[in-house]
Ligand binder design. Structure first.
Ligand code: GDP
Length: 300
């Protein structure tokens, strides 16, 4: 929690401090409630979610006759946690399943942090005693395959690569086959995310998925989302949810934004649990997403 708090320092400056200023007034009048709303919207919680949260909080404060700042803050924290649906299953399906590896597809726009996140996830899995094969199916971006292989070496996972500009689906197929042949627990497949051309992307990702499914089901499709792109990134991300059944979101670069509230908007708008968060570029800068710890860190 301490580390999360340190990493979210910038988010705190928007949400935590803004709210603290409002909440320290003697009386929560309409203006104060508007300021609370503004703080949440500024923190990228999203208009819709903000309205629901504030309405529920107002009702609570009215019914319970909440007086103290500490109590209002506590009740707001509870509403934020509730908005993040703490009951959702956020475990990563790492396998193995009945003798076959779990197949995890990693999708998202270029630059969102797919390759880095693949490396970080592999590291966590290996540290937990899992065996991992990495599939470098982002054959479009020249350095991606090299970058993934470097992560592989670093964390102790084999990387299956294809020729630059080669067929991503064929690399994905080979990676899953390699994972099955060598009996590993998890195959993590890094994909390309060219969004300029929606049809092309859909074709390519759709093909990767179909080809992988010749070996068995895709167990997890993780959507990598850059938290610093805010509400726009969220709109772009929708395309991916139309091509693959996204089972979880990894929100990267939360260390680089003052708007940690985006987590709430993401979950609400996509209806998919945020499973992991990226808090930096280093190998250990990946954390499981826990609504309670996150909200505590966010409110400072
Ligand atoms: P890809 O194109 O989606 O594979 O993106 P990359 O994995 O190459 O990441 C793009 C850039 O974002 C790289 O410079 C990464 O080091 C950086 N990055 C990825 N995740 C995080 C994160 O959680 N925090 C920060 N600050 N940078 C990140």
């Amino acid at each position: 929690l301490v580390r999360l708090r340190a990493r979210l320092a910038r988010s705190q400056s928007v949400l935590g401090r803004g709210l603290l200023a409002v909440l320290s007034r003697d009386h929560l009048d309409d203006e104060a409630w508007e300021e609370i709303e503004d703080s949440l919207i500024t923190a990228d919680v999203g208009v819709e979610a903000t309205q629901v949260i504030v309405e529920r909080l107002r009702e609570r404060v009215r019914v319970l006759g909440t007086r103290t700042v500490a109590e209002v803050r506590q009740q707001l924290a509870e509403e934020l946690i509730e908005a993040l649906e703490p009951g959702l299953d956020r475990t990563l399906k790492a396998g193995p399943f009945e003798g076959r590896p779990a197949v995890v597809l990693v999708v998202g726009v270029n630059g969102a942090g797919k390759t880095t996140t693949c490396g970080k996830i592999a590291r966590v899995l290996v540290a937990d005693g899992h065996t991992v094969v990495l599939g470098a199916a982002d054959t479009f971006r020249a350095a991606a395959s090299e970058q993934l292989a470097t992560w592989g070496e670093r964390v102790g996972a084999e990387t299956v690569r294809g020729p630059e500009g080669g067929d991503p689906a064929s690399v994905a197929f080979d990676a899953v086959k390699r994972g099955i042949d060598t009996g590993v627990h998890t195959v993590l497949i890094d994909t390309a995310g060219r969004l300029q051309n929606k049809v092309g992307l859909m074709d390519e990702l759709g093909k990767v998925k179909r080809v992988v499914e010749k070996h068995g089901p895709v167990d997890e499709a993780l959507l990598i989302l850059d938290a610093t792109t805010g509400q726009n990134g969220l709109e772009q991300a929708r395309v991916f949810t139309e091509v693959v059944d996204v089972t979880g979101v990894v929100l990267t670069k939360l260390d680089g934004t003052a708007k940690g509230g985006i987590v709430i908007a993401v979950q609400r708008k996509l209806g998919i649990p945020v499973k992991l968060v990226g808090l930096g570029e280093g190998p250990d800068d990946l954390a499981p997403f826990e609504p309670k710890a996150f909200v505590e860190a966010l409110l400072g």
